[in-house]
Design a protein around this ligand. Sequence first.
Ligand SMILES: [Zn+2]
Length: 398
Amino acid sequence: VTILAPELVLDESGVRRGVAVVVLDGVIDEVLDEVPEHAERLDGTGLMPGFSNAHSHAFQRNLRGVSERPGDFWSWREQMCELAANLEPESIYDVSRSCFAQMRRAGYTTVNEFHYVHHRPDGTRYDEPNELAQAVCEAAEAERIRITLLLVAYERGGEARFRDPDLDSFLARVQSLRGWAARRPLVSVGVAPHSIRAVSSAWLERLSTVAPELPLHVHANEQRGEIERCIAEYGVRPIELLAETGILSPRTTVVHATHADSHEVELLASTGTTVCLCPTTEGNLGDGLPPTAELAAAHVPLVIGSDSNARLDPLEELRELETVARRVAERRHVLDLRTLLWAGWGGGKKIMTGSPADLVAIDLGHEALSDVEDEDLAAALVFAGDTTAVVRTWVAGS
Ligand SMILES: [Zn+2]
């Protein structure tokens, strides 16, 4: 048992002072109204739920700098493919591990890794067909960050090593990875049709019915070119195609939705689909301005992702999410603070009995937070803070 005694705790119900958090077997066992003598004192800190990174490609961290050489989204994509073409099991482990270590220092305690580099560079399988996915999960375990490995279905285009020959081979790998992950407490598995570009409607239809208990993520509407191609192929827009093929649902997260039109926003809302916005990456790649105000007005649940991992700072993602939306709407408070925190935590989070002990301690003496009233603390953290305020993190209690 560990008993943590911060100066205050901050969660979706606000700030509480003078409480102690009892952690047992990776879970919050109890929140005490007074601090026992043998508690571990975390003086000068506020304890809050860890941030959730809903969309990452860890290896793309290695594109920092080099990807700023002149070009557009599609030349960036070529550089990404070249980097992906040269990954080996050891090197994907190394780059993932260093990326996950930095995520955790930044206050992320969970990552959804959208993993699409599967096979040898020529497309033939490794002896263990999930060798690279397992290496990424092991990197997460080594840095103790909770991971959902979203195994990506890739049917056409891209590199040979991204693709499976048919959907059954892909689904067999999903099953096998689930078996492998079953005894690994920090690892879980989901599925991810890469995009409308990379997966046909036939694959989408089947993917909507298999393993409905798993989370499903898909990229959509990031670039206008992709929407035009979808209309040329199917006569409908990407999120409309996802609706037609049964992909949209409460277990589904659509990543980006940058150019979603009002009908697509309506489809996302009526199906209970979550949208993951990746503000620093979308800004970096010049994707466009997402319809944040429309999504929020339609009550589409929003989460954030660091995506290409050029920046690893959940507070920056949240701040940029809101300030970009303010510029577009020409008004303040497009998302209320509660919605922003929800996005950062990947859902409503409370420091309470039964919650996982995935926690972040922030320095209340940090220049962004000192002299701020309790009721304004979360706002100051999001709008004035950065990762230098994060002093310690816990995943499953350690
Ligand atoms: Zn992505």
